[in-house]
Write a protein that binds this ligand. Structure first.
Ligand code: AHM
Ligand code: MG
Length: 346
């Protein structure tokens, strides 16, 4: 008997199905996710044109229409601010590009959701046609008062109601979780639709890849240096916890230097991404709210794990929107092994 082909599903219908699981839902959350997918399409279109800028003669500050050419990260930031601010469901927007959060008060009172995002992570790679990405986390406000404040903003990763990223690569993919699995959608540019391509993504418990900028080795602590050495050359299986990797074989390096791209590859194939503290950057480089916590929610939703070397990234309560954290993220067994080794040593 011939099996009927699977139905094509757009991200909109997928999000609506999610809403139908919550009969009391107002539609605000659904609307917000759909605003984000729209922003992703606009950014994707612009990122894909990036290489053309020089050929069509738009050098300096003006393009061929005489409009000011924005840097792509600024452009992506403005797209997010414009797309998310229009409805009444968002009360605070925080961006890696903005020093301060944007508090939105409207006549009907503030909306219920806080969105923190990195509009275009890894944008220094764009000129070399390397994949870049957008990362976002969504929280619900805690206060019942009309006015929201910083307490609503500074919530731990485990309080997120949804998180996701968009990778602008050989194709554009939107990956998100709202607590019911991690799902990936690929943009069909001819339709302008994200189509479900990776349903229920799960990541291997251990992987063969490690991604770290090893040029910082001289600036790492001896403990981090030893952990990376063991990842590279293999480690003594007798001293491990039972749920940690059982293979003593070393891993291979893959490092693009573009977090979303490195994370996405490791999520699909299995592996770990590391951004340890260095002498100069004692908290690493990556930001908790707009990078580490959203990707940690995705990792956990797919069976992986994220740590700052001592604790679950999802448990860290930010003291500032731009707070930075060391990050070890990816396959659960590998990250737990790192956390275990680092906490043993200090
Ligand atoms: P950005 O937010 O300024 O783009 O920086 C974040 C990027 C990540 O995409 C990437 O993983 C990391 O910085 C690379 O840093 P480094 O060049 O120190 O290895
Ligand atoms: Mg960034």
């Amino acid at each position: 008997m011939t099996q009927a082909p699977k139905n094509l599903q757009t991200i909109e219908t997928h999000i609506l199905e999610l809403q139908s699981m919550h009969p009391s839902a107002s539609g605000d959350f659904t609307g917000l996710l759909s605003d984000i997918t729209f922003a992703a399409k606009v950014i994707s279109r612009e990122v894909n044109k990036a290489g053309l800028v020089d050929i069509i003669g738009a050098t300096g500050d003006q393009n061929v229409q005489g409009e000011v050419v924005q840097k792509l990260d600024e452009f992506a930031n403005n797209v997010f601010l414009k797309c998310l601010g229009t409805r009444n469901q968002v009360c605070i927007m925080g961006s890696e590009e903005l020093a301060e959060p944007v508090f939105i008060d409207s006549e009907g009172g503030s909306g219920n959701y806080i969105v923190v995002f990195d509009p275009l992570d890894g944008s220094s790679n764009i000129d070399a046609n390397v994949s870049v990405g957008t990362i976002f986390g969504i929280w619900k406000r805690k206060s019942r008062r009309n006015k929201v404040d910083k307490e609503d903003l500074l919530q731990a990763g485990c309080e997120q109601v949804a998180a996701g990223y968009v990778i602008y690569g050989s194709s554009t993919m939107f990956v998100y979780t709202a607590g019911h699995g991690v799902h990936g959608f690929t943009l069909d540019p001819s339709l302008g639709e994200f189509l479900l391509s990776h349903e229920h993504i799960t990541t291997p418990f251990t992987g063969k890849i490690y991604s770290v900028n090893e040029a910082y080795e001289p600036q790492w602590s001896p403990e981090v240096r030893e952990v990376v050495r063991q990842i590279k050359y293999g480690h003594d299986t007798k001293s491990q916890r039972t749920d940690a990797p059982t293979s003593g074989a070393g891993k291979s390096t893959r490092y693009i230097g573009s977090l979303v791209a490195d994370f996405h590859r490791n999520l699909l194939y299995g592996g770990i991404y590391l951004y340890p503290p260095t002498k100069n950057k004692t908290q690493g480089k990556l930001r908790l709210m707009c990078e580490a916590a959203p990707l940690a929610m995705i990792a956990e939703g797919a069976g992986g794990y994220a740590s700052d070397g001592k604790q679950n990234i999802m448990d860290i309560v930010p003291t500032d929107m731009h707070m930075r954290v060391p990050l070890y993220i990816g396959s659960r067994g590998d990250v737990m092994w790192i956390e275990n080794e680092l906490s043993k040593k200090g």
